[in-house]
Design a protein around this ligand. Structure first.
Ligand SMILES: *Cc1c(COP(=O)(O)O)cnc(C)c1O
Length: 355
């Protein structure tokens, strides 16, 4: 630490991203929930049309083409859409500017919530999940800080029913509820229909997982025009050109290729169920994931940390969280059927070699 760092940030523990090998060379990468399928043909076209020459010009600060495509896809108005440089940026704005009375989120959830809270000096409460990793919404009844719920949750993949989201919204109409729907398109239930009735709801989405654009850094929020206007004030006070020209073009095209993406997400959901059942048969406890990953552990023969290490030696990268209650689990991104076949075969070999 230099002597120049603001003392208020000296205890900040940064988010640890999953390992990102820049050359895959035989690695099966199942550690950061990327999509195994390429972006849609429409996206590839759009990127070829968007001329590299134009990169000398700033991007559209209003991201009009992108915002309109997102609005059209979801049947909302452009005033209800806020685009961000990844949903991480959108979430950062929420913690920075939309959590004046603090924040609350499950103790086991997306690790960045805690980091953003610390970064922006937002007091936060981690609300324990039940033993089966489900959310008990009654635990939030007295909470006045902004509530952050990933639905489906990460890294468990478990969904919170829409009725429970509505309970959170009703508990206190003066409290904002941010629903992070990063994984909703793999089988979750979106809170979009609740937007018409609840102006204390903000839905956050990303192109990184369901739309195969993790490297484009693209996310968005959908909410009331007032909330979107506040987010724009924050953005224009920080980085007016937060989405680059290539990503605006790619994102707008992706929103128009629904059929392609629905097909990819469907294939992934199928591969997930197949793989989850294979792992159960091998003695793993596997949660009921509706996301593009599997959360597996609790195997008498092998600990989560060992399983992670053994897979890594066989060039299969998954994610292990050294966090109480889940340190005996690993999170495995759902890849192609071939990749998952290899994962299962290697797992059988690992279990045999230690058995
Ligand atoms: C991956 C993820 C994000 C971040 O997505 P980006 O758009 O790539 O920044 C946000 N929330 C959850 C729950 C995620 O898993």
């Amino acid at each position: 630490m230099s002597r120049f760092l603001d003392g208020r940030l000296s205890n900040l523990t940064a988010y640890t991203p999953g390992e990102q090998p820049q050359k895959l060379g035989g690695i099966i990468k199942l550690n950061t929930n990327e999509n195994p399928y390429p972006p849609s043909p429409g996206v590839i076209d759009a990127l070829q049309t968007e001329s590299a020459e134009n990169l000398r010009l700033y991007s559209d600060p209003d991201c009009k083409a992108l915002v309109e495509a997102i609005a059209e896809r979801h049947g909302v108005r452009p005033e209800n859409v806020f685009p961000g440089n990844g949903s991480d940026e959108v979430l950062a704005f929420c913690f920075h500017g939309l959590s004046p009375k603090g924040a609350a989120f499950p103790d086991i959830s997306y690790g960045f919530y805690k980091v953003f809270a610390a970064m922006f000096g937002v007091p936060y409460r981690e609300v324990p999940l039940r033993g089966d990793f489900t959310v008990n919404v009654e635990d939030y009844a007295g909470e006045s800080g902004t509530v952050y719920i990933a639905n489906p949750n990460a890294p468990t993949g478990i969904c919170l029913p829409l009725g429970d989201i509505e309970t959170l919204l009703c508990q206190n109409r003066e409290r904002l509820v941010v629903v992070d729907e990063a994984y909703v398109e793999f089988g979750g239930e979106t809170a979009l229909p609740l937007l018409a009735r609840y102006d204390n709801l903000l839905i956050v989405r990303t192109f990184s997982k369901s739309h195969s654009l993790a490297g484009a850094r693209l996310g968005y929020a959908i909410g009331s025009a007032e909330l979107v206007s506040d987010l724009n004030t924050l953005k224009f006070s920080f980085n007016p050109y937060n989405v680059n020209r290539l990503s605006i073009a790619a994102g707008a095209a992706a929103m128009r290729d629904d059929v392609y993406y629905a097909d990819c997400c469907g294939k992934i959901a199928e591969t997930r169920e197949y793989t989850a059942n294979k792992l159960r048969a091998l003695g793993f406890t596997v949660t009921e994931s509706k996301a593009n990953f599997i959360f597996a552990g609790g195997n008498d023969k092998i600990s989560g940390a060992e399983y992670f290490d053994y897979l890594r030696k066989r060039y299969i990268f998954v994610r292990h969280f050294d966090i109480p209650r889940i340190n005996n689990y690993v999170r495995i991104t759902v890849g192609t059927p071939n990749e998952m076949e290899t994962l299962i075969n290697v797992t059988v070999q690992i279990l045999e070699s230690i058995g």
